[in-house]
Design a protein around this ligand. Structure first.
Ligand code: HSE
Length: 367
């Protein structure tokens, strides 16, 4: 019998990508979907040639009747609902895109091209909670999985370049409004050939105006970078930076938390897909050709990009990778610092491998 699968948060940015991917892979043929909403319940939803009644995502009786719940609704929803279901002794599987159950002892962070064996063992051992990893962590592991598997990594220092959509639909809309605002006031100056210093001065002046759209970021993201993502931790890291080491070790099931990864996470004005620049200290000196072989053989999505200007600008950018499952990795070379120091740059669609795709795939394991 097909499993009853409740889907919550399917209209948000991650949820929409999830549903699109599930349609592309015919996942809806394998389940009985129940669409739940925190605000639109009671309405009808026309989907794949059928009307569905949207159920109340807060109705515990309905949730208790489900075999699997997959939620992209966010941490507040998980906090409110998950523990209520547990206290009612719900026996179903909980698949979650939000972060708050990630580090629980009874949850697994899913990224099956990297930890499929661990996921399958966990299902057999009765684990019921499967959580998607942080986007940059998942994308980093998809790119460098081979080096981790061969135990070649001593440590990684990383700088991220994270797209506006990583902080939700409202951030994308705000960035576009900022671009629109700036263009509106500068268009004429460009046409009239004003001095470039005057145009740039005006740009900066405009971003500081009271009516400049910056409710969400509080500063301009257009023409800017913001070197901080998520909450402040007590040790000077941002929470996004803290996740790098803790989640990587959990995904790889390394008990003593000994793979060291740290760096700076930065929001930039790309719309979709996160990029990352790595300095990697290897455990031994190994040739670039062997490194490329090891990287490309780990999974079918990682693609080596040749270390030259044209390939990098065509194949190693957010625009080139968005809406695909590809994980290009390039700028691979030994750094002048020493033979064990490797540089690499990767980019991946954070809404796919960084959010929805691992959830869709674990759903398939469970059904
Ligand atoms: N924390 C990420 C970001 C979202 O802010 O870009 C992807 O998990």
């Amino acid at each position: 019998m097909k499993k009853l699968v409740g889907i919550v948060g399917w209209r948000g940015i991650v949820g929409s990508v999830l549903v699109k991917r599930m349609c592309e892979e015919n996942d809806f043929d394998k389940i009985n979907p129940i669409f739940l909403s925190t605000s639109q319940f009671g309405k009808k939803y026309f989907f794949l040639n059928k009307y569905y009644l949207i159920e109340n995502a807060y109705n515990i009786d309905i949730l208790m009747s489900l075999d699997i719940i997959i939620t992209c609704q966010g941490s507040d929803y998980t906090n409110e609902i998950f523990f209520k279901l547990v206290s009612c002794n719900w026996k179903g599987y909980w698949i979650d895109a939000s972060s708050n159950l990630r580090m629980n002892n009874n949850s697994i962070i899913v990224l099956d091209p990297i930890n499929k064996k661990f996921i399958k063992e966990s299902i057999e051992n009765g684990i019921k909670v499967f959580v998607g990893g942080n986007c940059t962590v998942s994308l980093m592991l998809m790119a460098l999985g081979g080096l981790f598997k061969e135990n070649l990594i001593d440590w990684i220092s990383v700088s991220t370049y994270q797209a506006a959509s990583g902080s939700g639909a409202k951030s994308v809309l705000e960035l576009l409004s900022q671009m629109n605002y700036l263009t509106k006031y500068i268009k004429k100056d460009i046409k009239n050939n004003f001095s470039i210093l005057d145009i740039m001065h005006k740009f900066i002046f405009l971003t500081k105006k009271k009516n400049f759209p910056k409710k969400n970021f509080t500063v301009s993201l257009a023409g800017n970078v913001i070197p901080w993502i998520d909450q402040e931790m007590s040790n000077g890291q941002s929470k996004e930076e803290w996740k790098m080491k803790s989640e990587t070790n959990k995904i790889l099931n390394i008990k003593d938390n000994n793979i060291c990864i740290d760096g700076i996470c930065v929001r930039i004005s790309s719309l979709r897909s996160h990029s990352q620049s790595f300095t990697i200290r290897l455990k031994k000196d190994i040739s670039i050709s062997s490194i490329k072989e090891i990287i490309k053989n780990q999974n079918q999505w990682v693609k080596i990009v040749s270390n030259d200007y044209n390939s990098s600008k065509i194949k190693l950018t957010p625009i080139s990778v968005s809406e695909t499952l590809n994980i290009p990795i390039g700028r691979i070379r030994k750094l002048n610092i020493g033979k064990k120091y490797l540089s690499a740059f990767t980019v991946g669609d954070q809404l796919l491998w960084g959010a929805s795709e691992p959830l869709r795939r674990v759903l398939n394991f469970l059904i």
